[in-house]
Design a protein around this ligand. Sequence first.
Ligand SMILES: C[S@@+](CC[C@H](N)C(=O)[O-])C[C@H]1O[C@@H](n2cnc3c(N)ncnc32)[C@H](O)[C@@H]1O
Length: 184
Amino acid sequence: MTHRLDLEKIFGRKAPLHVDVGCGDGSFLCALAQRLPDKNFLGIERLLGRIRSSARKAAGLSNVRLLQMESSYAVRYLLPAESVETFYLLFPDPWPKRRHHRRRIVTPDFLNSVHTALNKNGLIYLATDHLDYFRKIKAIAGSNPRFTIGEVDAELPPSGFELVFRQKGAPIHWLALRKVSPVT
Ligand SMILES: C[S@@+](CC[C@H](N)C(=O)[O-])C[C@H]1O[C@@H](n2cnc3c(N)ncnc32)[C@H](O)[C@@H]1O
């Protein structure tokens, strides 16, 4: 049996939770956590080296926790239902070769898990430089009536990969999906 995370115990307080899926070197996670001290931030990343870089940046921040794990598993099995205010999925690996597309993290199942973990009207922000992946994500989201698709209107700090892509002059595609809660 899998136990869901006890977020109040892990953070030592009750506060809205923001989750950075595939947080990389943690620069986005920690910059946002510093800007929003009243929110809790969880970074999920599968590579140990990147978790270590994130941990160094998070050293002085009491509102950041890190989880080294496959993020689709963590979202589906470890986050309690309706526990997340905002997810960030910034520059997920695009797996450009067709035979590797099945490794992409955004699938209908993944979005369903995100929906379950989000609280009422919660959001997931997505960004990618990869147009084909962006179109696929939009199509998957568009066929899920439990989300509305919108623009990103938040002022977010740049992630490590965003800076790299910006320097290259690559176009960056953004999407914000809002959980639609059933009318009661
Ligand atoms: C292209 S990088 C983007 C990193 C960061 N979000 C940024 O924008 O700078 C993708 C990151 O997601 C991590 N990642 C990819 N798939 C993952 C998965 N299934 N679970 C956890 N981390 C994953 C990779 O190790 C890598 O650090």
